[in-house]
Design a protein around this ligand. Structure first.
Ligand code: CLF
Ligand code: SF4
Length: 511
């Protein structure tokens, strides 16, 4: 790999990025449920309804982009190797093309002109944005003047946050993410071995104590100014897993809007301390259990894709390669004209979302009807995977999917659970089954799901899915996801399929 050392900064050491292998943030989004969004006060609702990370619904329609203008960092995390992007908001193992503020502004305008669904510009690395205040605020300053229709968003480890809050307020930044992994310096020292503070390194618990205090102070200051705060936490089994419930309660009590618990990514080949030491990552079930446990106290984001510091597009897709500096230089951008087009597109999406919400409100509270034979039985929930490329509908060929969204259907309704990444195995329309190992990998990643809904599927994967106990379903192509899932669940009830594993109601209540 052709590595290029980036410009140096006294705060950081050895930041390196590739010029060619540019990948981005592909983690799940911070998202509240639609119901939570619809119950919000108008002022907050307005801030989240077209932010793909702050609203689970919005992430099907609206895109975000990151500009990698911030190379330096002021702390060390055991899950981070400085030559890759900030792992607080990014997937380690991928690196970003570092931009100057000028290039960042040019790229933002180019993306916004070509992807009218784009609503948010975030700075999330590759180091800590607030450890690079000149570059970060120069970019924000120029964008708030030259691209006023774009929301600005920033993600930070929080160490420099209290000193940056005034500047953040000036640039109309109303979304800030703070990564808070713990409230306890003893645990903090196991995650962050040192911080850079007042021109020197401070190690262990002493450093962790300062970091925690700065994060909490920054959170309170942002909330006081009416800025929406999302808290990210990296779930590290055996280190902070149980403790994250307390983190969730505390940040909620201080006014954080959303909590995004992300799984630790620790691969030995990334050269991180945790990767090399063999610290394990949580599995999907552990992550979901913890998110469910925290959800009683807090709005949880479950659609985060752990994006790259230069991510472009809908969450889960990466269109960064369409907007490299050499390609942008050849684009002829009329931003004022593009802004008008974007306004029309956004209004169209808002209308569609309002109709969807109205429809949901009508069916909300309507208990899924049950067939005669299921009366008196407590019917089990069913996990269903969906192949979609956005728009809230089932519109992706099974073999073309690079991720599946997983929903739970039950007699209480339909709820989004998580996303699962897979390797695309089908290149052409009729070539499903060509890449056996990728297909087997896809099927493995759908473990626990009983149904997979997609727009189309070939004979070969259909058979293999059935053999694995997963029912493929291509009958609901282009239908809204939740409605299709509810209808499939109803069919399962009507066919008596769920009765086999159902419990008598009294038994299940007393169990
Ligand atoms: Fe970017 Fe982060 Fe803003 Fe979103 S990402 S700075 S809040 S615009 Fe979103 Fe990506 Fe998850 Fe971050 S999906 S990693 S939560
Ligand atoms: Fe790495 Fe981000 Fe932690 Fe800094 S804050 S050490 S860039 S993960």
């Amino acid at each position: 790999m052709d590595l290029t050392v980036l410009d140096s900064d006294p705060v950081s050491e050895g930041e390196i990025a590739t010029e060619t292998d540019v990948k981005g943030c592909s983690a799940g989004a911070c998202g509240s449920t639609d119901d939570q969004v619809s119950q919000l006060p108008e002022s907050i609702r307005e801030k989240v309804q077209n932010h793909p990370c702050y609203s689970e619904e919005a992430h099907h329609y609206f895109a975000r982009m990151h500009v990698a203008v911030a190379p330096a960092c002021n702390i060390q995390c055991h899950y981070c190797n400085r030559k890759y992007d900030c792992a607080n908001e990014s997937r380690p193992g991928v690196v970003s093309e570092l931009l100057t503020p000028d290039e960042a502004v040019m790229k933002t305008k180019a993306v916004a002109a070509n992807i009218p669904q784009m609503t948010v510009l975030g700075i999330a690395g590759p180091g800590d944005p607030l450890a690079n205040p000149e570059k970060t605020f120069d970019t924000f300053r120029r964008l708030s003047a030259e691209a006023p229709d774009i929301k600005l968003c920033v993600s930070t480890n929080g160490l420099a946050l209290p000193d940056s809050v005034d500047e953040l307020s000036k640039h109309n930044i109303d979304h800030v993410t703070i990564t808070i992994n713990t409230l306890d310096p003893k645990i903090g020292a196991q995650i962050h071995p040192w911080i850079y503070w007042n021109n020197r390194r401070i190690y262990g618990e002493k450093g962790a104590k300062i970091l925690i205090a700065q994060q909490q102070k920054g959170l309170e200051m942002l909330v006081d100014r009416g800025i929406l705060v999302k808290v990210n936490s990296v779930l590290i089994p055996g280190v902070n897993d149980e403790h994250l419930k307390e983190v969730s309660r505390t940040v909620k009590s201080k006014g954080a809007f959303l909590h995004n618990v992300m799984p630790l990514i620790a691969e030995a080949e990334h050269g991180t301390f945790y990767g090399v030491m063999g610290q394990r990552s949580p599995d999907a079930e552990e992550l979901q259990d913890l998110q469910d446990a925290c959800a009683g106290d807090m709005n949880m984001m479950r659609h985060c894709r752990q994006c790259r510091a230069d991510a472009v597009g809908l969450l889960g897709e990466d269109r960064g390669s369409e907007f490299t500096l050499d390609k942008i230089a050849k684009m002829d951008i009329d931003y004022d004209a593009a802004m008008k087009v974007r306004a029309v597109v956004h209004a169209g999406i808002a209308e569609e979302l309002a109709e969807k919400e109205e429809k949901k409100a009508r069916i909300a509270g309507v208990v899924v009807p049950q067939s005669d034979s299921s009366q008196g039985l407590d019917l089990p929930p069913v996990l269903m995977a969906v192949a979609t490329s956005g728009g809230g509908v089932i519109n992706k060929h099974f073999g073309h999917a690079t991720e599946f969204l997983v929903y739970e259907a039950s007699t209480k309704g339909v709820r989004f659970i998580s996303h699962r990444k897979v390797d695309q195995f089908c290149i052409g329309d009729d070539e499903c089954g060509e890449k056996e190992s990728a297909l087997a990998g896809s099927i493995r990643s759908l473990q626990g799901c009983e149904v997979v809904l997609c727009s189309k599927i070939g004979y070969e994967p259909w058979e293999q899915l059935e053999n694995a106990g997963i029912q493929p379903n291509g009958e609901h192509a282009m239908e809204p996801i939740e409605e299709a899932i509810q209808s499939v669940y109803q069919e399962m009830i009507d066919s008596g399929k769920l009765n086999e594993t159902a419990q008598p109601m009294e038994e299940s209540v007393s169990a």
